[in-house]
Design a protein around this ligand. Structure first.
Ligand code: MG
Length: 296
């Protein structure tokens, strides 16, 4: 039987009314050192996530509740996502690359260098509908051996990158971050939200048709912990792993509610056949609850 804890929403704005969900939150797994990168696969009804310090990826089966090792070693994988073809795209921060797992199980390297220099340690990734792959590159996988391999930084700075879907070229699209981290597109893909986990804020950029960014104003600041992974729901609200739990932000940046959790949160994803089930990676555990919202 699955363990549960009481669900605790701290509602801060009336616009959140009716959006909560289960009054018990399920604890689907306990035993990671630092859980990250949840990604849900509707075709197989399973979720894959990362346990970075243990250099492994785990797989939770929605049909049985069983958890097994998906991959180990796993390049100290951090963030994961799914592309339009349903393939796993991963930030291997230990191997300092972004990779794709093909349908036959083989691994294709998407990005490992910029202008001949090794990336720092890709952290989180999103795929746009045109097939371009966007990722962030802070140094967490090279500053110690705990979450990767200690190494020198070759690129001056920690940037946001775009991989062209046709040429495969890797370009910097934002170079004024200290620690770029979670990222997500707006529903119409005309805006890109990016977290800076050192400055502890969330910025919003305009995306033009050539894949260039402009703007970049600070949309929200987090006073209680670190912003990390982010995802959107179908109403454009931003759900952000935020240290003390998961913050739900209106598209205008207003903090609507906090889902409080007993461990430091890192990332989240909407899943289940109706995309109304929220999965949260938080330190040692994987949590889940059904909400009255639908993931984008
Ligand atoms: Mg992250």
């Amino acid at each position: 039987m699955t363990n549960t804890i009481a669900t605790e929403f701290e509602v801060l704005d009336e616009r959140f009314a009716g959006l909560g969900g289960d009054n018990r939150t399920e604890v689907l797994y306990v035993g990671t050192r630092w859980a990250e990168g949840p990604v849900y696969f509707p075709a197989g009804r399973f979720l894959v996530w990362s346990d970075i310090p243990n250099d492994r990826m785990l797989r939770w089966d929605e049909t049985t509740g069983a958890v097994g090792t998906f991959r180990q070693p796993a390049g100290y994988t951090n963030g994961n996502t799914r592309d339009a073809q349903g393939r796993l795209v991963s930030c291997e921060q230990g191997d300092r690359r972004v990779s794709r797992t093909e349908h036959d199980g083989s691994i294709t390297v998407i990005a490992s260098h910029w202008q001949g220099k090794r990336l720092n340690s890709p952290n989180d990734v999103v795929v746009k509908s045109d097939g371009s792959i966007w990722f962030t590159d802070p140094p967490y996988g090279i500053t110690s051996d705990y979450e990767g391999h200690r190494a020198e930084q070759e690129i001056d700075g920690c940037h946001v990158y775009r991989v062209d879907p046709v040429s495969g070229e890797v370009d910097i699209v934002a170079d004024d971050f200290i620690r770029p981290n979670g990222l997500a597109f707006s529903l119409d893909e005309k805006q890109l939200y990016v977290v800076d986990s050192r400055r502890n804020h969330l910025r919003v950029f305009d995306v033009d048709d050539d894949g260039k960014l402009s703007g970049g104003k600070v949309l929200a600041e987090n006073k209680t912990g670190n912003f990390d992974g982010i995802r959107l729901d179908l109403s454009g609200r931003i759900w952000a792993a935020a240290g003390d739990g998961v913050h739900c932000l209106d598209p205008d940046g207003t903090l609507l509610s906090k889902l409080k959790l007993p461990e430091v949160t890192s990332n989240l994803v909407f899943g289940g056949p109706k995309r109304n089930r929220l999965f949260v990676t938080a330190s040692s555990s994987l949590y889940s609850l059904f909400l009255n919202v639908t993931g984008a």
